[in-house]
Design a binder for this molecule. Structure first.
Ligand code: GDP
Ligand code: MG
Length: 371
């Protein structure tokens, strides 16, 4: 039904081939031989020319979309900033993430048992929370962006004080700038005898990073991920920037989020980490991501604690997916299972249709070349 030959369409419409071909040419359709395949858009355009009303497949239009962003966000509550750590290999990203995880007041309470879910939240003594993305490297950042997922609020750029600005440091700066995400510089490994943070600063400034010390906006903190020195200052810098940028989200609307990672787990089936961006995700909710849907059976946080509700800024591992969704997929809530199933079916059909149109173009191209 997605493609039809010229002669079949002529038959359906009830016109002879010769005038039909003339009509097609007048509509700007270049190839009009009887076996040429027309796609559904071309076919319905032609049908309308003959005063026919092509049946528009209205079911295919059913999908889920994010809510419009309110003009005035100031009336909504603050949400935790979402932070990604970037930097050159071996400059200390993993060590820093591990060290930050341990600074959480809550982690201490439950004995610091953490599970890897691709993101974690740090609760500070000041009651403030920071959410860190724990997905490996620059590729994940780009992949998320490519899918249109604007997840990160702040990039922490780790530069080792004994090694200085390196190719992946510059790549990280470019990624952050392209995405319009502000940077906080963390000069790491200052415990080392050959640390030279002055050199790092000068080098960063030469590469367009406007540090506060020269009147710019970019904060710079000296840390040692290994000894824990300066981690409090780094968290403070993040909170300062977050307050300046005033990140807020609606809490009482249907949940919207993004898939951070997914996998199949023994005994649990398809699981995926959802970072809630707006609204509150609740146990029992129906959500859709890409071509998968889920009735939220079990939700747990990065400390392995089960949750009934996840407000904005919370990363949660969700059990109950029909398929494993893809990293970067947008998560949207459906009112019921019927709607979720319809949306997924439509999305699959859309993917199939796009594939058919591509195949059709290839077939037509081959025919053209044969002539
Ligand atoms: P990544 O590739 O950026 O994730 O870097 P890693 O976190 O794996 O760190 C690379 C190496 O640097 C490891 O041997 C770490 O122990 C070491 N390292 C990380 N941070 C520090 C630091 O603050 N001081 C020192 N002396 N070594 C560090
Ligand atoms: Mg690493």
């Amino acid at each position: 039904p997605e493609a039809i030959t010229v002669s079949n369409l002529a038959k359906i419409i009830g016109v002879r081939l010769a005038p039909f071909e003339r009509k097609l040419r007048s509509l700007g359709i270049e190839y009009t031989t009887h076996d040429h395949l027309l796609n559904s858009e071309e076919a319905s355009l032609i049908a309308m020319e003959y005063d026919l009303n092509p049946i528009v497949d209205s079911i295919a239009a059913i999908d889920l979309f994010p809510k419009a962003i309110p003009k005035d966000m100031s009336i909504y509550p603050l949400r935790p900033p979402i932070v990604t750590i970037m930097g050159h290999v071996d400059h200390g990203k993993t060590t820093l993430l591990d060290a930050l995880r341990k600074t959480s007041v809550a982690a201490g309470e439950v004995g610091g048992i953490t599970q890897h879910i691709g993101a974690f939240s740090v609760s500070l003594p000041s009651q403030k929370t920071i959410t860190f993305l724990d997905t490996p490297g620059h590729a994940a950042f780009s992949a998320m962006r490519a899918r249109g997922a604007h997840v990160t609020d702040i990039v922490v750029l780790v530069v080792a004080a004994d090694d200085g600005v390196m190719p992946q440091t510059l790549e990280a700066i470019k990624h952050a700038k392209d995405a319009g995400v502000p940077i906080i510089v963390a000069i790491n490994k200052i415990d080392k005898h050959d640390a030279n943070s002055r050199k790092v600063r000068d080098s960063l400034m030469r590469h367009g990073i406007e540090l506060e010390e020269v009147g710019g906006d970019t904060q710079c903190v000296e840390i040692s991920a290994l000894t824990g020195k300066g981690l409090g200052e780094l968290e403070e810098a993040i909170i300062t920037l977050a307050e300046l940028n005033d990140y807020r989200a609606e809490v009482d609307i249907e949940a919207e989020g993004v898939i951070i990672e997914s996998q199949i787990e023994k005994g649990k089936g398809n699981v995926a980490t959802v970072l809630v961006k707006r609204g509150t995700l609740k146990q029992g909710d129906i959500i859709v991501a890409g071509a998968s849907w889920c009735k939220v059976r079990i939700m747990s946080d990065d400390k392995g604690q089960s949750l009934k509700q996840a407000p904005p800024g919370t990363p949660v591992k969700v059990v109950g997916w029909r398929e494993t969704p893809n990293t970067g997929d947008e998560v949207l809530q459906a009112t019921d299972e019927e709607l979720a199933k319809t949306v997924v079916a439509n999305r699959l059909r859309k993917i199939e249709r796009e594939k058919q149109i591509k195949d059709l173009e290839i077939i037509n191209e081959k025919r053209r070349q044969r002539k």
